[in-house]
Design a protein around this ligand. Structure first.
Ligand code: SAH
Ligand code: SF4
Length: 331
């Protein structure tokens, strides 16, 4: 759907219930027509919380000395992926901080083993890496890559990422596309200093990048970061942005992000009702979950992967939708 920048901006700024209700229901209709009623589940496996970067907003940033760091072994990562496969997942997302310990060879081996033992589609979300790394992992069988652009305002990007550059982030996204990954980008809503005009640029950038997936969630301040005292993102604004994304890019995958679930107990269900069609249940073994806190209020800290898939399957059914996971198949 072609919405002008002015129309997008009007929706974003018009914080009234009637306008939101109309926008949400329009996005819900488009979602149903274009991508149907299935909610795709992707198990996210957070296999390392080491990070070489210092993104101002993130709890995993290098300078956060309070965080206990962990790495899952290669064997445990593969075992966790196989467990997800047995639970009925078709896709996993392997996510970590930017951890050089997991070099090209180690990640390649993990991908090859998972591909040999399952038919899982593999999505990587390991941050900015070299073109050679991306090439090797694609060759090993990786299918998709998630790299949020975080904000399309270059000055804001620079402030938030002291050790990275906006142009380099875009360069990585371009490499991924050239290499034929299915690429996902995305951004945070409510970053300190971010304006509604910036959000219009974010939506335009998603279109320009021709992404197949867009991860959008509220910024949530973490107490052990330089942004501890800032105000967090607003739920209604985040939902408005998700609905607009569905209108602008009708056929892409839009997850109901975990950050929405952290901000509000019904956050993910609300997103599914205004355009979202994917959920990423936590597939990380319970012992590690408390240490992978990009932001506070992370949900499901005490559950194991099997609990998460059952719980989310039920939530989706309660909305009158179905999942692509055959719960109950696992041993
Ligand atoms: N290291 C990789 C992947 C892990 S971070 C990378 O940076 O791409 C995954 C996402 O978490 C980031 O893209 C960011 O958008 C989000 N995130 C980090 N800190 C956050 C916070 N405080 N509030 C909301 N989202 C956050
Ligand atoms: Fe590291 Fe990603 Fe967090 Fe930045 S957002 S500090 S790269 S884990």
């Amino acid at each position: 759907m072609n919405l002008s920048n002015k129309e997008i901006l009007d929706y974003l700024k018009r914080a009234d219930e009637t306008s939101d209700r109309a926008l949400h229901s329009r996005a819900d209709q488009v979602r149903q027509q274009k991508v149907g009623n299935v909610v795709y589940l992707r198990a996210i496996i957070e296999f390392s919380n080491y990070c070489r970067k210092n993104c101002l907003y993130c709890g995993l940033r290098k300078d956060n000395q309070k965080l206990q760091r962990y790495r899952m072994s290669e064997e445990e990562t593969v075992r966790t992926a196989k467990h997800a496969w047995k639970m009925g997942y078709q896709t996993i997302v392997m996510q970590s901080g930017e951890d050089p310990f997991f070099d090209q060879t180690k990640v390649t081996k993990i991908i090859e083993k998972i591909k040999k033992e399952t038919n899982l589609a593999i999505t990587l979300s390991l941050g900015e890496r070299s073109k050679e790394d991306y090439t090797a992992w694609k060759k090993a069988g990786a299918d998709r890559y998630l790299l949020r652009h975080e904000t399309a305002n270059p000055e804001l990007y620079q402030k938030l990422h002291p050790d990275s550059s906006y142009l380099h982030r875009l360069q990585c996204l371009e490499w991924l596309r050239e290499l034929d990954y299915e690429v996902g980008a995305g951004f945070m809503v409510g970053l300190p200093g971010q304006t509604e005009e910036d959000l219009v640029m974010d939506l335009n950038l998603l279109k320009q990048l021709d992404v197949k997936m867009a991860g959008i969630g509220p910024f949530i301040p973490h107490k052990d970061t330089p942004l501890a005292l800032e105000k967090g993102g607003n739920l209604n604004l985040a939902l408005r942005v998700i609905a607009l994304t569905r209108l602008i890019l009708p056929e892409i995958n839009i997850p109901a992000t975990t950050a929405l679930g952290a901000l509000h107990s019904e956050g993910r269900e609300l997103a599914l009702k205004c355009g979202a069609n994917v959920i990423m249940p936590n597939g990380t073994p319970q012992i590690y979950r408390q240490f992978y806190q990009l932001y506070p209020g992370k949900i499901c800290l005490n559950e194991e992967p099997a609990d998460c898939v059952t719980c989310i399957d039920n939530k989706v059914k309660n909305l009158g939708r179905t999942t692509d996971v055959k719960v109950g198949d696992y041993d």
